[in-house]
Design a binder for this molecule. Sequence first.
Ligand SMILES: [Zn+2]
Ligand SMILES: [Zn+2]
Ligand SMILES: [Zn+2]
Length: 115
Amino acid sequence: MAAWRVAPDAGALDRRSCAHEDADEHLPEPETAPACDDCPAGAPFGSLLHCLTCGHVGCSDSSAGQHAYGHARTSGHPLARSLRSGDTWAWCYEDELFLLPTDEEGPVDEDGHAP
Ligand SMILES: [Zn+2]
Ligand SMILES: [Zn+2]
Ligand SMILES: [Zn+2]
């Protein structure tokens, strides 16, 4: 069973798919208060993204450094999940779509249609 499913997007007419849904979503959280691995120490950053391939932590596209995106570009690692508390989504940089854990209950059935 895939670890991730493509998040439903009511605005999308085409059914997009992600080839990376089997990625392991159970990487341990960074132990200390997470910070961007690439920003200078003490520099402000916005929300953080956690690479599901290697555990790199980078700042999101709303931050000045955009280091999560930079990491995905240079490493080829496709998936990063949000580290913001309460967030469960991950972003696929290769397919440019949101993923949700398959073990999360949602209002959408397996075919991606609202009941
Ligand atoms: Zn993908
Ligand atoms: Zn950064
Ligand atoms: Zn990585």
